[in-house]
Design a protein around this ligand. Structure first.
Ligand SMILES: C[S@@+](CC[C@H](N)C(=O)[O-])C[C@H]1O[C@@H](n2cnc3c(N)ncnc32)[C@H](O)[C@@H]1O
Length: 260
């Protein structure tokens, strides 16, 4: 069984994290969460910091990015410095299930391909809701079973191909978490996964220079780290995208508002 810990350690080392839909899904969620220059946004599971920097630059808002892995936070800080955004972005280590912030501190909490990972997803969504102000928004972009039950081979393929223990929920499953956390006016947008568009999205997000650094770092990691070589081998055993992939698996943008 592949270790999720390994997967994210390698991603942090190489300097690449992603979520479905890239900047287009981030923009859609930003619109639904009413992000503007007055917003104070918390990005939970910010990975290497691409979204906090993107939001701060495009929308002029303040963003705090948190991630459970110190190496991700280190990478995020490097990005903030490089993009000269230190007045609007900050980063620190935190677990989605136990956020070290007082109630009502943020206007918006977002997570992009993160809430599939914590063991207690309800606790995580409760925490997102607790730390937003009344009238604030919680937005999730998460992998979703569009049709149930998915064939067991597909469940295994998703797990194998992504290389981490992803546990997508159904549309109702995600909505339920938001409702049980006390959010209302739930908006759901469901999307299929376009593999080519996902690749273009990575390039758009990191740019050609960024991709060159990522590839160089990944190659160096491959040469010097036998665990990484094993990881690459295991991920590649997944084979081609199964035919019925798009009928069952996709992602959703889920947004809810806290009662004012
Ligand atoms: C698939 S990556 C997505 C990263 C980022 N949101 C992006 O769009 O690039 C998932 C991230 O969630 C982080 N993560 C996983 N479990 C977490 C938790 N319980 N609390 C905070 N971060 C977590 C991982 O370390 C990783 O950086």
């Amino acid at each position: 069984m592949m270790q999720e810990q390994h997967f994210f350690d390698f991603a942090a080392e190489a300097g690449l994290t992603k979520h479905f839909g890239s900047v287009e899904s981030t923009d859609k969620m930003a619109e639904l969460c009413h992000i503007d220059p007055t917003s104070y946004v918390l990005d939970v599971g910010c990975g290497v910091g691409a979204t906090p920097c993107y939001l701060a630059k495009k929308y002029g808002c303040r963003v705090l990015g948190v991630d459970i892995l110190p190496k991700m936070v280190e990478r995020s800080k490097e990005r903030g410095v490089k993009m000269r955004l230190l007045e609007s972005v900050e980063f620190q280590v935190a677990d989605a299930q136990d956020l070290p912030f007082e109630d009502g501190r943020f206007d918006v909490v977002i997570t992009e391909s993160v809430t599939s990972f914590p063991k207690d997803k309800q606790q995580a969504v409760n925490e997102y809701t607790r730390v937003i102000k009344p009238g604030g928004f919680v937005g999730l972009i998460e992998s979703t079973w569009l049709k149930v039950p998915p064939p067991q081979e597909l469940v295994e393929w998703v797990r194998q191909d992504v290389g981490a223990t992803v546990e997508p929920l159904t549309v109702e499953g995600w909505k339920d978490l938001l409702v049980k956390a006390g959010l209302q006016d739930i908006v759901v947008i469901l999307m299929n996964i376009d593999v080519k568009a996902e690749s273009r999205g990575i390039l758009k997000r990191y740019g050609i220079g960024g991709m060159l650094s990522i590839v160089t770092r990944a190659f160096q990691l491959y040469l010097r780290n036998p665990n990484y070589r094993q990881f690459v081998k295991e991920v590649n055993q997944g084979g081609l995208v199964p035919e019925d992939f798009n009928a069952y698996f996709g992602y959703g943008i889920f947004v809810g508002r806290k009662d004012s």
